[in-house]
Design a protein around this ligand. Structure first.
Ligand code: ATP
Ligand code: MG
Length: 338
């Protein structure tokens, strides 16, 4: 039996370089390894938790995210692409799992805590938003996933899922599988910063991203705006590498590590201008993004075929979920007519 992989994204915007290095790249590599039965979910219910007044935005981004998936090389013949809201099994599992989690535990979840602060919800946070880690546990367990390739911000979510699984199995018997998070080996890729500086992660909701769909010109303009060392005013001045987003990106994306080391040394010594380093970063990013952009625009010509891929994938995911649900109901003694 193959191991099972599940991961996903919120259709709250297009996917960006943070998604690419934090999760998409790993997914494609694991798909290529042939060792996993892979599921990738477009988490539209989760996107609605903080965008419930903007359903059109979520709907439009389902297609955008699907295009990003196909563009980076997720292959529907080998990876099941599925839409969260079209899987009733997830709603059902969520309701059962809610009994296994305390409100205090949800409020302690560091990622949720941080997001409540960032989004300014305070005491007005909805029950739906607070409980989204429980719905995420349903996403991960419907297919009994063993691995979940994600960025670092998702570690508390995976931990929450593991607790729910342990709790379920100890109360009702061994049915669910405890998943492991799979995070990138390169430290800066686990939480790629946005273009405005190393302190904030690149995020769809913060407008600090370089998107997979960005044109060459947009990419060039964004690289030009990137945060460097504010103390590096003249080319001849010695510059700082620490906190310099351009070098953070070079560490993550440039294959030629020797050249990056030389540039760093030159920059710190003085005599190397920001523009020269940025031109190099542009070339490096363009090399990654140009083929993705080209594939994306091919798929974008035929949205109907993309929806058809999602329809088929969702159908298969529902079949897998139905089997898990049968076991869950039996374990919970609510399989009355079985
Ligand atoms: P939102 O702002 O709507 O939450 P997001 O940019 O955080 O959007 P998600 O859809 O929440 O994106 O995240 C999808 C996946 O991408 C998760 O596994 C997450 O860890 C990963 N990811 C998101 N941003 C980054 C980043 N800057 N660096 C590394 N991984 C990231
Ligand atoms: Mg997020």
């Amino acid at each position: 039996m193959k191991k099972v992989l599940l991961t996903g994204d919120r259709p709250s915007g297009q996917l960006h370089l943070g998604h690419y290095v934090g999760s998409l790249k790993n997914r494609v590599e694991l798909q290529e390894s042939g060792e996993y039965d892979s599921f990738v979910m477009i988490a539209d219910i989760q996107a609605l938790t903080d965008n419930f007044k903007d359903p059109q935005k979520v709907r439009d981004n389902v297609l955008e995210v699907a295009l990003d998936y196909l563009a980076v090389g997720l292959d529907p013949a080998r990876t099941t692409l599925t839409i969260q809201s079209l899987m009733p099994v997830l709603a059902e599992l969520t309701v059962y799992y809610l009994n296994l989690v305390t409100v205090a535990r949800l409020q302690r979840n560091p990622t949720v805590k941080n997001e409540i602060k960032e989004k300014g919800f305070g005491a007005n946070v909805t029950a739906g938003f607070l409980a989204y880690p429980v719905s995420q546990a349903a996403d991960i367990t419907f297919c009994k996933a063993n691995v979940v390739p994600v960025g670092e911000d998702q570690l508390p979510m995976i931990e929450q899922t593991r607790e729910i699984v342990r709790s379920f199995n100890s109360v009702y018997g061994d049915v669910l599988v405890e998943p492991d998070a799979l995070i990138p080996t390169e430290t800066n890729a686990r939480r790629l910063p946005g273009i405005t500086g190393n302190d904030t992660k690149m995020s769809k909701s913060l407008g600090n991203g370089i998107y997979l769909a960005d044109s060459s010109d947009t990419l060039r303009a964004k690289v030009r705006q990137m945060y460097t060392d504010p103390g590096h005013l003249r080319v001849d001045d010695p510059g700082k590498i620490e906190g310099n987003t351009v070098f953070t990106y070079l560490d993550v994306f440039a294959a030629d590590k020797t050249r990056v080391a030389e540039l760093k040394e030159h920059y710190q010594r003085g005599g190397l201008g920001d523009v020269a380093v940025k031109n190099y970063l542009f070339e490096v990013l363009e090399e990654t993004l140009a083929p993705i952009r080209a594939r994306r625009s091919e798929y974008a010509k035929d949205p109907a075929s993309v929806y058809e891929i999602l329809r088929k994938g969702t159908e298969r995911a529902n079949e897998v979920g139905a089997r898990t649900l049968e076991e869950v109901r039996a374990a919970m003694k609510i399989d009355y007519f079985a």
